[in-house]
Design a protein around this ligand. Sequence first.
Ligand code: FE2
Length: 181
Amino acid sequence: MKHGAIARMQHFSMEVSNTDKSIEFYRKILGFKLTERHKAFEVPAIPVELTFMRLGDAHHELVLVHNPKKKYRKRPSRPEDDLDGPPSFHHFALECDTRDDWLKVVSIINENSIEVVRGPVVHSGYVSSGDGSWGENEAIYILDPDGHRVEIFWALAKIGIDGTHINIKGEKVPGTKTEEL
Ligand SMILES: [Fe+2]
């Protein structure tokens, strides 16, 4: 079944326990800009603090939500260790256009002693440096101030017309297939 009515995925929104800390993290470590920040009940129907942040020129790509009435528990650093609780998100990912840009982010992460929970890693079963996983990209996973896992990557494979995956060099990755075209 072809749907096709939705153009793309656009923003991501999550709760944070301390808006100031999170704004600082997303600005300093990941290069987001603050678009606007609003208190709870500025609009009567919105009982939470909303902070809109962006990387490009869209009004927001990341929305931080803080409920001043909520007591926030600490998350385990690995989502896999959260064995009792409601379903939560696992990670969200930010893309760099070039390896130099990606390495710049890795440097910023290291210079600021940000907790790395995985990587740097090459997700590939094709190149010799790969970890055997999927998508033909290079990634690092870090934790934000609340323990939300954020992936930063570059070089994600594209899907060719016949479903073969195509890496950043334009090579068809042997043995790859795609469930739906
Ligand atoms: Fe990912």
